[in-house]
Design a protein around this ligand. Sequence first.
Ligand SMILES: O=C(O)c1cc(=O)[nH]c(=O)n1[C@@H]1O[C@H](COP(=O)(O)O)[C@@H](O)[C@H]1O
Length: 230
Amino acid sequence: MQARDRLIFAVDVPSVAEARRLVELLKDDVGVFKVGLELFVAQGPAVLAELRAAGAREIFLDLKLHDIPATMRAAARQAAALGVGMLTCHCDQMAIFEGVDLGGTRLLGVTTLTSLGPEDLAAMGYPPALQDPRELVLRRAGLAMGAGCAGVVCSGQEAAAVRQALGPQALVVCPGIRPGQAGDDDQKRVVSPAMAVRAGASHIVVGRPIRDAVDPAQAARRIVQEMAQA
Ligand SMILES: O=C(O)c1cc(=O)[nH]c(=O)n1[C@@H]1O[C@H](COP(=O)(O)O)[C@@H](O)[C@H]1O
């Protein structure tokens, strides 16, 4: 796997025209294009064909499904029918996806959003032992794998512990990546591309630091270079 294939670009824009422009600009430097809630809610499933036509080879549908098991299974089957390579969900129970054939779509369990810190977990009512994001991430990673996921989404700060717990085969996908001098925006648990790769991330997710760069393709190439060196 080349470093480029491990870079996921979050296509966080509302219009098809802007999404297509970014894919055309980045298709040679980015392995996976992530369609999240903003683009999917605005444009619906038809946007996936638009991105493929613009040059996206692999698409990650980031819908963060969270519902009762029957609804999760049904929605995951519909997403798989769209031919996406990855799909996110929140897994609160074991065996949710047991026996569900999703073809080539790999499920990723979101563990603890990278925008959350210990103070947020305390406010949400987690007991002191689970207010340490690493502990909560490990707990939820176990649930996700038990639910039938191929891997998890966590921050690079927990990636080493998650990799150790889940073994070499699991996908460990890390958003909250901030290269160089980029600001944190609304992210709280951030690391650099090199730190995430060294910690054992299989993929990193980068949105604004590429999208808002003066030269997005150059920003992506710099990140890939940093990943390759790491
Ligand atoms: O599931 C995700 O992709 C995700 C999980 C998470 O914990 N944190 C997180 O930021 N994301 C997504 O990753 C992307 C990060 O974007 P930037 O902060 O702009 O790089 C966004 O599309 C988020 O929706």
